[in-house]
Design a protein around this ligand. Sequence first.
Ligand code: TYM
Length: 329
Amino acid sequence: MKRVFSGIQPTGNIHLGNYLGALRQFVDLQKDNECIYCIVDMHAITVPKDPETLKKNIMDVAALYLAIGIDPDKSIVFVQSDVPGHAELSWILTCSSYTGELSRMTQYKQKSKMQESAPTGLFMYPVLMAADILLYDTNIVPVGDDQKQHIELTRDLAKRVNGKYGEDTFVIPEGRYMKSGARIMSLDDPSSKMSKSAENEYSRIQLLDSPSKIKKSIMRATTDSEGIIRYDVENQPGLANLLNIYSVVTEKPVEDIVKEYDGKGYGALKKDLAEILIESLAPIQKSYNDIRNSDELKRILADGAEKANAIAEKTVKRVKDNFGLGNRF
Ligand code: TYM
């Protein structure tokens, strides 16, 4: 059995990109693997957050994890800051990382470019992410395309440490990316990825959106003036994004969808896609509403933290031992 680890930030607005790129894989991987799914609240505070909103968002993500089909009897579900090993290992890894490699991270460059002085947490974000993964001797990390660079950094750090402190220090993990769905683009600007933080709420479909919001977002989605349905990412990126979403959700090949809508125009395609999305998100929304207010949720997270901590403690002990840290080994 392989060990799977992944996480999502409790920043609200969880959208179709998060689902099709990452969350959907979380559910499938449960069948044959030992899975650990985290709510990475310490990553969320790299950008200042209102404490009450953060608390609410953590529970929202926990409920969403279960609503999409993560089974707490099979997988460990927990909140990052409930397991101290994440912060501990993050420091140890920090001492093996270089400012040069961290300043080359695209996500850091994008998020810091608007600010005169970037928060140190944003800079260290990928090291904490590496700690998350390495703490559980993870083999597989299911994520969207945008996390590839962070996964590569994690692998580099692990190999570097192993070379210096012993090959048994870390397991080298691998990223797992969906063939289609790994990069869902924004509906109003198909040159950037669909994101939780974009100002225009119609640029994304959130998993908990109402049918009318879903309809509006799809009908307003940016396309082009060609008026011909074909899959051409270069020249018709907005349409290609819609065809891609359609294909991933229905599991129909893009070519079949193109044929089906040949001569029908963008309106018909958009109308059907909106219906398909409304229908496929309805069961998730229904179970979300049942779970969100149940007392079970807190118990599941407490239980998950205990199980995660038991694994994490062993890794921290091994790593400290290899580094010569502490006096209790
Ligand atoms: P977050 O919360 O920003 O994103 C959660 C997951 O959603 C994927 N994703 C997308 N996939 C396809 N299309 C998009 N438009 C899109 N937008 C987001 C992300 O790739 C991610 O898999 N850094 C992580 C959180 C994290 C983590 C970890 C993940 C912290 N520690 C350890 C794995 C392992 C992140 O981006 O979360």
